[in-house]
Design a binder for this molecule. Structure first.
Ligand SMILES: [Zn+2]
Length: 418
């Protein structure tokens, strides 16, 4: 670690990351921490203890979004916030989201220990349910904060056991009015999230700080292709209408279309269900999932339109009944020059190499972007591994991220430097 970054008490952060990883429903080193489970609730209490021990204010809303607050000396001005999530997909690692939460806490603590007095209030937000594990929809907390999901749609979500979101949050002890979660434009001056890259670019280029300039727009869709099925031995090849062969054609067409749409485009079929799924039956029904992402929302919409058309054409040629249903479509995000500039200046101050990049993974920052100027700081993680137990970010990488976050927050909040 560079001596100049010694202000970050990295041993304290690493010890807390280790401690938090023990709140898990999987055996170490894997971490499983799913929304509103007793494990999730215990992890939240641990974080609350850390915040109160550091003499910050703690506040929780009606779905468990938590706010650690350090009042500034101009509480009339919009606040500056950082934050991330603590939920972890099954059998994942210790760092996804957690680096932004415990690193964010450390940024606030070190600023105060250095004698900084903020003008704007500083906040650390811990978002509820960034991962879609339990209810199939990611970023529930930040969607509701920013008004990106309506209350009826949220209450109707059900988990695999049939428990509704409403029942689950009440069972976890969150009983407040859901309508009170929504935050207004103008409440925040800026929001910046620290996160591991979850990809290999920064590590492979030896870059300490990734400055996110935008987040790709994504669409998920569910496609079904239906034929008549039949006996694999008795139905002649020229009188079949096999939906799995149609699906194979569609998957190849999806890959070709994404490859032709440039380096910013990706498209994936990640799930395939075949009915009846017997080796001696011609398939009758095939369901495919589709995930399309592009940094440009218009290009993403165009890719989805093309795939809708391709699906219809394949179905017609193969005498199949088809449906193409968009499950979710989110906007792209352009990060604010205010926040990007603050992060750039902070990295420059510590002579840290930076790379500007676009994120094709989703983060709560996307939804915070609907109510205030936002940005993100990425740090390298080993081999780009994420959502698996081998996920790892070095103490040096985390210290650099926390330092840049702290200086960015200080710049954005304004105040008295000692
Ligand atoms: Zn994350």
């Amino acid at each position: 670690m560079s001596a100049s970054l010694a202000a970050v008490r990295i041993d304290r952060v690493i010890a807390e990351i280790e401690q938090l990883s023990h709140f898990s429903d999987a055996a170490a080193p894997a971490v499983t921490r799913v929304l509103y489970t007793p494990t999730d609730m215990a992890a939240r209490r641990y974080l609350q203890e850390l915040a109160l021990a550091a003499n910050f204010e703690w506040h929780t809303d009606a779905i468990g979004n938590s706010f650690i607050r350090w009042p500034g000396n101009r509480p009339d001005l919009p606040a500056v916030a950082t934050g991330s999530h603590m939920d972890a997909v099954p059998f994942s690692g210790k760092y996804d989201g957690v680096v932004g939460v415990l690193g964010g806490l450390e940024a606030l603590r070190m600023l105060r220990e250095r004698g900084f007095v903020p003008q704007r209030t500083l906040e650390l937000i811990i978002f509820t349910a960034e991962e879609p594990t339990r209810f199939g929809l990611g970023c529930i907390g930040s969607r509701l904060l920013s008004g990106a999901i309506d209350l009826a749609a949220l209450q109707a979500l059900r988990d695999a056991d049939g428990t509704s979101f409403e029942e689950a949050r009440r069972a976890a002890g969150f009983n407040g009015d859901l309508g009170s979660v929504r935050l207004s434009h103008g409440l925040y001056h800026a929001f910046v999230e620290l996160h591991i890259e979850q990809g290999p670019v920064l590590e492979s280029k030896g870059i300490a700080i990734g400055i996110v300039t935008g987040v790709a727009a994504s669409t998920t869709a569910q496609i079904t292709l239906e034929g008549r099925g039949g006996h694999a031995g008795t139905v002649p090849m020229d009188s079949r209408d096999d939906p799995l062969v149609g699906a194979a054609e569609l998957i190849l067409a999806t890959e070709q279309m994404a490859l032709k749409s440039g380096a910013d485009a990706v498209a994936t079929v990640g799930k395939l269900a075949v009915h009846p799924g017997a080796s001696n039956s011609i398939p009758r029904l095939v369901q495919l999932s589709l995930d399309v992402r592009h940094t440009d929302e218009v290009m993403r919409d165009d890719m989805v339109r093309q795939l809708t058309q391709t699906t219809a054409t394949i179905a017609q040629q193969r005498r199949l009944v088809h449906s193409f249903q968009i499950v979710n479509s989110d906007p792209s995000l352009r990060c604010s020059s205010l926040v990007v500039g603050a992060v750039e200046a902070a990295a420059e101050k510590w002579a840290l190499p930076v790379l500007k990049l676009v994120s094709r993974a989703y983060h709560d920052t996307v939804f915070m972007g609907a109510i205030c100027p936002v940005g993100m700081i990425f740090i390298p993680c080993r081999h780009g591994y994420s959502h698996r137990p081998e996920e790892y970010a070095s103490p040096e990488a985390i210290a650099a991220g926390v330092q840049v976050l702290a200086d960015s927050l200080a710049e954005l909040a304004g105040g008295i430097q000692p």
